[in-house]
Design a protein around this ligand. Structure first.
Ligand SMILES: *Cc1c(COP(=O)(O)O)cnc(C)c1O
Length: 358
């Protein structure tokens, strides 16, 4: 079998979840497990957190259905809500909570006669201008939903922070102030904080927090090499050396022969590539751990393989273990080198990488 796999430490995710709760003791925290739990395996993560998390959050109703089919019984917040009448019925029957972000969803829900009422969150656009009802429409929408027989209990009012990972920008405070004004006037429970809010903006902590990336051990703000806010990396992406060769000065390596040897070099080939989700834009020099030692990526990333320069790391042989990111090499560091964010790398694992849950 191909040696490439992603090992996932479910206990690390549980520890990171507990840390999210400790950092915001006045809030309840729902575990965000959309996009296959950021690549970590949604059902396995939900099973591990079921006994400690009061609710889960996903983006799509299909993800919520998959959780129910796997036997997960906790409430599941569907953060893009739904559109079709039948989906509202399904959500009500399955105890999916619906985040409604625009007035068409609201009008559809109000026009139905649901057999069971559904839990509703109303998303307010406090400045990100992606999803959410406008501030001017909020009072009206809230009152109509709050008095609707289709809505169970009091709606929760929520918003999403646009730049909470940038600690020197005052915009987060503005967003918090806007939603808190409604929170006070309507006396409604609020939900504001994502991971960055939980870790760095205590004023964003509210009735419900929504930690995502931090559960997987990647800090939303920490720069490479940082202590990563005390989080533990959950996923270790690993592979093996499958070839080692000598390359003479002036010879190139990989597609386009982009990397050229300047000295007699020893080049290893690792069985991973962008077909697995290793970022294709990672440049030569991106760190790779071979036998626990850092070596530089060499040449372009191919679909099934990458090269590494082993010239300064003697003794490496075929079959030696390689870590691409994980417990010993922060995914934030790889993301920074490749010009992206950890979210994209983790959620971008492809289906051909086996997930091994520990
Ligand atoms: C994905 C998502 C989150 C989690 O954000 P992190 O930065 O991963 O903590 C929270 N709220 C909403 C609406 C989201 O879409």
């Amino acid at each position: 079998m191909r040696p490439t796999c992603a090992t996932v430490r479910l206990d690390a995710i549980a520890e990171n979840y507990r840390l999210a709760c400790r950092r915001a003791p006045g809030s309840q925290s729902m575990a965000v497990i959309k996009a296959n739990a950021y690549g970590h395996g949604m059902v396995a993560v939900a099973r591990r957190l079921e006994s400690i998390a009061p609710a889960f959050a996903v983006a799509l109703i299909d993800e919520a259905v998959e959780l129910r089919q796997a036997g997960i019984q906790a409430p599941v917040l569907v953060m893009q809500g739904v559109k079709e009448p039948a989906e509202f019925e399904l959500a009500a029957a399955e105890n999916f909570w619906l985040m409604l972000h625009q007035s068409q969803q609201v009008e559809t829900l109000l026009s139905l006669k649901l057999q069971t009422p559904v839990n509703v969150w109303i998303k307010l656009d406090t400045g990100m201008h992606r999803l959410g009802v406008a501030v001017v429409d909020m009072d009206d929408i809230y009152r109509r939903l709050d008095s609707s027989a289709n809505v169970r209990g009091q709606p929760v009012l929520c918003t999403h922070l646009a730049c909470a990972d940038e600690l020197d920008r005052p915009f987060t405070d503005q967003q918090v102030q806007i939603i808190r004004r409604f929170g006070n006037s309507l006396e409604v429970p609020l939900s504001i904080a994502n991971s960055a809010g939980i870790l760095h903006w205590p004023q964003s902590h509210a009735a419900w927090n929504r930690p995502g990336i931090m559960l997987y051990g990647s800090s939303p703000t920490a720069t490479p090499g940082d202590s990563a806010d005390g989080l533990q990396a959950a996923m270790t992406m690993q592979s093996e050396i499958i070839a080692v060769r000598d390359v003479a000065p002036g010879e190139g390596v990989g597609y386009g022969l982009d990397w050229t040897a300047e000295r007699p070099s020893k080049i290893g080939t690792v069985a991973i590539g962008y077909g697995d989700g290793y970022p294709r834009h990672a440049p030569s020099g991106t760190p790779v751990l071979v036998n626990g030692q850092r070596v530089p990526l060499t040449g372009r990333v191919s679909m099934d393989a990458i090269g590494v320069d082993l010239t300064d790391t003697p003794g490496v042989e075929i079959g030696d273990p390689v870590e691409l990111w994980g417990e010993n090499l922060p995914v934030n560091e790889i993301a920074a080198a490749a010009g992206t964010i950890s979210y994209e790398i983790l959620a971008g694992l492809t289906g051909r990488v086996p997930l091994v849950h520990r």
